[in-house]
Design a protein around this ligand. Structure first.
Ligand code: AP5
Ligand code: MG
Length: 219
């Protein structure tokens, strides 16, 4: 099953992706994670992307589209995938449609995780991510059992460089102006489903699973 996950920064795309990945045995493809890996490895692509990410702006489309094209060609995408944080503007969405038409792999669903803007700042300033396995925690809402240690693998928990108030403000503005129009884009295509992203993570995942089941997903 091929899924686009839509939602503002901090809405829980990464958190829900991990759960979907486990149940449906399909990979999570997060352009944010791919870009952060490139920045950490100091590749030419990472060097190009870093300034935009630090400022909370979008990385140029040609970089992101090249990355996605390469990733979708890998064999683990055969049973489908979760696109987390991609597409992020209309140009990316149209380019994705063209790519998937060439591959004869239509999307099954575009799922919006809907969270009120006031909630997002606290979620993002409190986020902690495991440097080893990528598990996501939150100082305020979902703390690890032991400070700065991952519950799942014992790895070190890190704070993301773009999770400071100023950058978060920019990321939210960019979401409103550039990414939110995709809600209507996928609605017009009859692919949009929406879930309220507030409350217990498990309850949200149950709602997500119901929608994926209705959209043809097989666990
Ligand atoms: P990206 O990494 O995609 O960041 P984002 O969209 O800002 O989204 P986040 O990862 O911050 O939030 P999330 O929805 O995954 O939330 P999470 O599950 O972690 O992008 C980063 C940057 O890369 C962009 O700014 C841009 O520069 C660049 N980029 C990426 N893709 C691009 C593209 N396609 N084109 C151009 N540029 C691109 O949850 C957040 C926190 O909330 C966690 O602490 C979690 O524990 C907590 N939480 C989750 N669910 C709940 C709940 N139900 N209740 C309470 N707390 C919860
Ligand atoms: Mg994320």
């Amino acid at each position: 099953m091929r899924i686009v996950l839509l939602g503002a920064p901090g809405s829980g795309k990464g958190t829900q992706s991990k759960l979907i990945m486990e149940r449906y045995k399909i990979p999570q493809i997060s352009t944010g994670d791919l870009l952060r890996a490139a920045v950490a490895a100091e590749t030419p692509l990472g060097q190009q992307a870093k300034a935009a990410m630090d400022a909370g702006q979008l990385v140029p489309d040609d970089i992101v589209l090249g990355m996605i094209r390469e990733r979708l060609a890998m064999p683990d995408t055969e049973r489908g995938y979760i696109l987390d944080g991609f597409p992020r503007n209309l140009n990316q969405a149209r380019s994705l449609d063209d790519m998937l038409a060439d591959l004869n792999q239509p999307l099954d669903v575009a799922l919006l995780i809907d969270v009120d803007f006031e909630v997002l700042m606290q979620r993002l300033t409190g986020r902690l991510t495991c440097a080893s396995c990528g598990a996501v925690f939150n100082k305020f809402t979902h703390p690890p059992r032991q400070e700065n240690v991952c519950d799942l693998c014992g790895g070190e928990l890190q704070h993301r460089a773009d999770d400071n108030e100023e950058t978060i403000g920019n990321r939210l503005k960019v979401y409103e102006t550039q990414t939110q129009p995709l809600v209507e884009y996928y609605q017009d295509k009859g692919l949009l489903k929406s879930v309220k992203g507030e409350g217990e993570i498990e309850d949200i995942f149950n709602a997500v699973s119901r929608i994926l089941q209705e959209s043809g997903g097989e666990a």
